[in-house]
Design a protein around this ligand. Sequence first.
Ligand code: HEC
Length: 267
Amino acid sequence: MRLHRAIAILSASVLATPFAAWAYPGGTPNYQTDAAPFCASCHSSRSVDALAGEGERAEKEVAEQKHIAVILAGDKGYASLSEADRKTLAAQIRALDTASSVSLAAPEKVAAGATFEVTVSVTGGAGPAVGVALVDAAHRWLARPIAAAGFAVVAPPKIIGSDGQPQLDWLAKRPEDMDRNLSFVNITGIASDSAAQSWASARVTFTLRAPQQPGSYPLTAAYFYGTEKSTVLGYTENAMGWKEVRGGFGGGSGRLLFTSVHKIAVE
Ligand code: HEC
């Protein structure tokens, strides 16, 4: 009997382990494809604008409500922290959010059909990875991968990590004959420390081809990052030594941040 139970527990943890390792905390190590922000339903918004038009729901999705309030209340995985530690964790995560930014460098105008580069720069993010996508709107439920707006991604994105070095590994998981011209990437090797106030930074350069039809076209960058692994108060370690966020897989410790919508005049 006892042996049976031990086997049952063992196989449950064997099942749980790859789930934890491949789940979104950690980014998307296995999805080498275009992504749109609607997928990150568990993440918190950085502002109500990210769900403009969605009324109260937009407010519920903001980090202070969906994540920080749960920490301060001592609910869920935060129950095992003292009140003082919960306050410290909330302050550290607010500091990480303040330090986490995304910006987009793109031309104001381009010739119809021309090829040009845009660079998305990010700071902060807990790590070990962050995600960047080019989309057509600064909206969690409505944004589409940028190809939908008419800008084709025509080359593999160039990822420069926090150490200033080019990164090829994540993109190389996608077979070369399928083309690696993605509008979404993970940047790995990210490690921000919110107790020491040390923040990661990285950037991605995308090569786009403008639409043939003159007009004004939108371009926005979406930034996916986590918060809790930036501080020892924010995670526990399982038997395998992997960090498990205190808020849990379905908690609101992930974030979605957008740049404003950059309009490009195609002439
Ligand atoms: C079931 C909930 C859930 C869903 C759905 C989800 N995420 Fe997350 N994600 C999380 C959590 C929790 C974290 C935060 C980890 C932390 O706080 O450090 C996170 C963090 C991340 C990170 C940063 C990596 C890290 O470990 O901090 C990226 C990149 C990311 N998610 C991308 C995505 C993308 C892309 C999608 C859709 C394909 C998605 N997520 C869907 C829960 C989710």
